[in-house]
Write a protein of this length. Structure first.
Length: 426
C-alpha cells in the first residue's frame, strides 16, 4: 500500500474522485507495493483501484484507453525505499571516494527496478526467486546486470558475498524467458581476466537473449588504504584484454551480423591502441560504461563540422579530463583549420581530487578546475556536461556551476557530446 501525493488535474483518477492522501492498496485485485506493480497493472482498459481513505476501504473504477496513465503521483519515484547493495566488492568505487562529495554519491544502490527504469546495473545478489518470477511475469526488459565473473566461487570472492555465486542461475532464467540482457564486467588485473575472462565469454554465448557486454578496468583512486590490493592495467595487460574481446566480437559478427562484446575506451587508451570506428560499436549500446564515448564524440563532431558554415571570432577555453584531452585537441585543431578566426585553448584537468589512475572527464571536480585554471581562462569556459549531476548543475564535490563560474570569473557552459561543435562556433 502506497500513499498518493498528487492527482493530476483533469486526469482519469481525478474524474473518478481519487484524492491526494489516499492510500493505493490494489489494482484489479493485485497488491501494489512499488512502481513496477503500478505500471504493470494500470495498462488495462478497465482499472479497479482499491483505495484506503481515513481508515475506510473504497473502490474506484476507471475506464481509459489501454496503456494510458491514470494520473497518480507518489511520494517517491519507486513508491518505496531503494534497495541498497549487500555486497563488499573488492573493486567498489564508492569505497574509494574521498570525503566532501554530494551525499547521494555514498549510497550504494542495487535495485532491479532502477535497472529497468533508469538503466542502472544490478548484481542480482539481493533477489529471491519470487523477484525473478515477477520480472519474467511483467516482462521487465531489458535488464542490466553487473556480472564480473561467471565462476561461482570467484564471484563470491570478488563481490564479498557468499550468495553471489548462487545468483548466476537467475541470469540463465531471465535469458531463457526472453528478458534482454546487457552485461557489465569490471576487470581486475590478474583476478578475473585471462582464463577467467575466457570462461565469462563462453558463458555469455549460452544466453539466448544476450544483447551486449562491456568490459571495463576497475577504477582505482588514491583512497584505497585498507582495501583489497589491486594493480592497474598497463599497456601489455590492457592489450591482452582487447585482443581476447575483439576475437570474441568477431564470433558475434559472424553469427548474428553485429558485435556484442566491447572493451571500454580506457583499455584502448592504456594499451595505446587506435580506437575502433563508429560502425564497430553497433549503435553504442554500452555508452554509459565508457564504451565508444570518444569515437561517438569524434564522429558526431566531424559530421557537425561539415555542416557548420560560420563561427564567431576570438578565443574560448575547454576543460576536459586527461583521457579525452588528445582527442579534444584534435577536434579543436580541425575546427580552427576551418575557422582560423576562432582560437580554442584546451586544458587537461588532472584529477587530484580522486587521485590514483582516474582520468575520465565525468569524474573531474570543480575543485580541480579552480585549482588548475583560475587566472588562466579568459572569456568563457566549456566543460562536458557529464561533469555535472544529470538533473542538477552541481559537481561531485558539491560545488555548483554558478559557484565555479564566480570563482573563475568567466561564464562556464556545460555541453553534451552533440553540442560540442556548436559550442566551439558560438
Amino acid at each position: 500500500m502506497v500513499t498518493i501525493s498528487y492527482v493530476d488535474k483533469r486526469s482519469p483518477a481525478e474524474r473518478a474522485g481519487i484524492l491526494a492522501g489516499d492510500k493505493l492498496n490494489t489494482i484489479n485485485g493485485s497488491a501494489v507495493n512499488d512502481v513496477l506493480d503500478y505500471r504493470f497493472y494500470i495498462t488495462e482498459k478497465v482499472v479497479v483501484l482499491g483505495i484506503v481513505r481515513g481508515g475506510s476501504e473504497m473502490t474506484f473504477t476507471i475506464h481509459k484507453p489501454e496503456y494510458d496513465d491514470i494520473g497518480l503521483e507518489f511520494e517517491t519515484y519507486l513508491m518505496d525505499r531503494k534497495k541498497c547493495c549487500a555486497n563488499k566488492c573488492i573493486f567498489c568505487f564508492i569505497d574509494q571516494n574521498p570525503e566532501g562529495m554530494r551525499e547521494s554519491i555514498y549510497f550504494k544502490d542495487d535495485d532491479e527496478r532502477l535497472s529497468f527504469l533508469q538503466g542502472n546495473y544490478v548484481t542480482l545478489t539481493n533477489l529471491k526467486q519470487r523477484d525473478i518470477d515477477r520480472m519474467i511475469k511483467m516482462r521487465i526488459s531489458p535488464i542490466n546486470v553487473s556480472v564480473h565473473t561467471v565462476e561461482p566461487e570467484l564471484r563470491c570472492r570478488m563481490l564479498g558475498n557468499r550468495f553471489a555465486g548462487d545468483s548466476m542461475k537467475y541470469l540463465s532464467q531471465l535469458a531463457d524467458a526472453g528478458i534482454e540482457l546487457n552485461l557489465q564486467f569490471v576487470l581486475c588485473r590478474g583476478i578475473n581476466d585471462g582464463e577467467h575472462l575466457r570462461k565469462s565469454l563462453d558463458f555469455i554465448r549460452t544466453l539466448s537473449s544476450f544483447q551486449s557486454a562491456a568490459f571495463v578496468p576497475a577504477g582505482l583512486t588514491g583512497y584505497r588504504k585498507g582495501l583489497f590490493p589491486l594493480e592497474p592495467y598497463d599497456a601489455k595487460s590492457a592489450a591482452a584484454v582487447i585482443d581476447e574481446i575483439e576475437k570474441e566480437n568477431r564470433y558475434y559478427i559472424e553469427t548474428r551480423g553485429e558485435g556484442g562484446v566491447f572493451a571500454s575506451d580506457e583499455f584502448y587508451l592504456t594499451a595505446k591502441r587506435r580506437l575502433p570506428d563508429d560502425e564497430f560499436y553497433c549503435g553504442y549500446p554500452q555508452l554509459e560504461n565508457g564504451v565508444g564515448m570518444l569515437t561517438d564524440l569524434k564522429t558526431t563532431f566531424l559530421l557537425d563540422l561539415d555542416d557548420t558554415e560560420q563561427s564567431e571570432e576570438g578565443e574560448i577555453h575547454v576543460a576536459t579530463g586527461e583521457a579525452a584531452y588528445p582527442l579534444i585537441c584534435e577536434l579543436a585543431e580541425a575546427f580552427s583549420a576551418k575557422f582560423p578566426q576562432r582560437r580554442i585553448v584546451v586544458h587537461a584537468v588532472k584529477n587530484n581530487f580522486f587521485g590514483g589512475s582516474v582520468t575520465v572527464s565525468g569524474l573531474v571536480t570543480a575543485t580541480d578546475i579552480i585549482d588548475q585554471l583560475a587566472g588562466k581562462v579568459r572569456n568563457r569556459l566549456i566543460i562536458p556536461s557529464n561533469m555535472l549531476k544529470a538533473d542538477e548543475d552541481i559537481f561531485l564535490d558539491n560545488i555548483t556551476l554558478s559557484e565555479l563560474s564566480a570563482r573563475l570569473g568567466v561564464p562556464v557552459r556545460p555541453v553534451r557530446t552533440d553540442e560540442t561543435c556548436a559550442a566551439f562556433a558560438e
